[in-house]
Design a binder for this molecule. Structure first.
Ligand code: SF4
Length: 449
């Protein structure tokens, strides 16, 4: 959801809007981190900060480092209503957005779990292709459980860039597992960092199975699976699905992306995983400027690795999310959408030729109109469930803030299903590449949501 009314009542510039959205999601941060957290260029920070300060929206903390944060919610609402009165804003829209602000602020610092579920589709939307439908049935909905942030790679696109490397304790993990079961979830995905590095990973898997999770997915860089014994132990403990990362069919490009010389080891890990027909396998390749031209070749390599496999395997190519490390390396890593589209199309063509059910994410329909039935974002939805003590609340706003749709998307034929672009991408390159696809005649009313 866009905070259109709020940004309009204060006439915020795009960098100030990005900074406001970032401020909404944390308590206080040092000034030196603000540009990175808001995904804006450091040169834009002083003016953006001054804009918010001039409206009285920012306050500094008491410590010597004078951390900056948003004013308390009551003050924020009072300032917003007063500014809205002056600007003649739509009061209903404003109240709706203030409700979102209250929810986001209430959730800060609370325990939460992430759930990935099948997405509710519009009545006239198509069914997913059979392998995608089978994959959704086998794994979704699932609890996405992070075991910690420790990792043996340092990927340039990692989303945990600034976080201190740590592992989560068993009690905390068990609380999340129980929370997931209370919600009726039967599938679980173990992520990290590299989850296989958690010292108690086998105990977590066994505990999950005892609690009633029928499906345990290990999301891994596959380097540690090169030792067959390690994989066998994980499977014996209860892992029955694996999602591996593989970005380029080239040792040097892989080394540049992962910042680790582990190509042969990873290939061996993948080979061992794919040998197990009884486990469901998925893979993610992150599309960046470094591996763009290699995408068709990547597809050929994946098809070759999976040759002879009888079990389900669904590979995915994800447009790089310009967050954390990828934001730091944005100039070398993040291609323009329209620069990337022809290579992704070629990869999808190649996959069809090889009978590989390749899906993709992060590429809007107006930029890449072909192969839309293989857009995984049409079929899945991510949300958080925040534990508020006496109740749990489904919470999407923080995740929605990661995406952006400019106002003209309301006139596009894909407006309902499309998630738009990553907000950080819009901060980096703008949204001029997005061109609404004309509505069919019977759909001529623009969407107001
Ligand atoms: S809704 Fe917006 S981003 Fe999505 S396809 Fe249409 S114009 Fe592109």
């Amino acid at each position: 959801m866009e905070l259109e009314a709020l940004t309009r009542v204060w006439k915020l510039s795009p960098p100030a809007t990005a900074l406001l959205l970032a401020f909404l999601q944390f308590r206080r941060e040092p000034r030196g981190r603000l540009a990175h957290l808001a995904r804006i260029e450091p040169r834009d920070l002083p003016a953006a900060l001054e804009e918010l300060q001039s409206h009285g929206l920012v306050q500094s903390g008491p410590g010597p480092d004078r951390r900056l944060g948003l004013v308390d919610v009551e003050t924020f609402e009072r300032l917003a209503r007063r500014a809205a009165g002056r600007a003649g804003a739509d009061p209903d829209r404003l109240e709706l957005e203030l409700e979102v602000v209250r929810e986001v602020r209430e959730a800060i610092g609370r325990p939460r779990i992430t759930v990935i579920s099948p997405r509710e589709r519009a009545r006239d939307d198509h069914d997913p292709p059979p392998p995608v439908a089978e994959y959704l049935r086998a794994l979704f909905p699932y609890l996405d459980l992070r075991l910690g942030t420790r990792c043996n790679f340092h990927c340039r696109y990692c989303l945990l860039g600034h976080e201190k490397r740590s592992t989560r304790g068993l009690a905390e993990l068990e609380a999340d597992l129980r929370h997931g079961r209370r919600l009726g979830l039967e599938c679980l995905s173990l992520t990290g960092g590299e989850p296989s590095l958690h010292p108690d990973v086998l105990r977590v898997i066994r505990r999950a199975r005892t609690l009633g999770y029928r499906r345990v997915i290990l999301v891994t860089n596959a380097s540690r699976l090169a030792s067959g014994r390690h994989l066998e132990r994980l499977i014996a403990a209860g892992v029955n699905a694996v999602g591996f990362s593989f970005d380029a069919p080239d040792a040097e490009v892989s080394r540049r992306l992962w910042r680790r010389d582990a190509y042969a080891q990873v290939l061996e890990g993948i080979r061992r995983v794919l040998e197990h027909d009884e486990i469901v396998v998925g893979s993610i390749s992150v599309l960046t400027r470094l591996n763009l031209r290699l995408l068709p070749e990547l597809v050929r390599r994946l098809a070759e690795l999976a040759r002879g496999r009888r079990g389900l395997y669904l590979p995915a190519i994800d447009f790089v999310m310009p967050e954390e490390n990828a934001w730091t390396h944005r100039r070398t890593l993040v291609p323009r959408l329209r620069e990337a589209a022809p290579y992704l199309e070629a990869a999808l063509d190649e996959a069809r030729r090889l009978d590989l059910p390749l899906v993709f994410r992060g590429m809007p329909a107006c930029v890449m109109p072909t192969h839309r039935e293989w857009d995984m974002e049409r079929y899945m939805s991510i949300f958080e469930v925040v534990d508020l003590g006496e109740r749990s609340r489904q919470h999407r706003a923080g995740l929605d803030f990661l995406r952006h749709k400019p106002a003209r998307c309301a006139t596009c034929a894909h407006r309902r299903g499309c998630l738009g672009v990553y907000r950080a991408y819009a901060n980096l390159y703008g949204t001029r590449e997005l061109r609404p696809v004309p509505l069919a005649p019977r759909e001529d009313r623009p969407c107001v949501c």
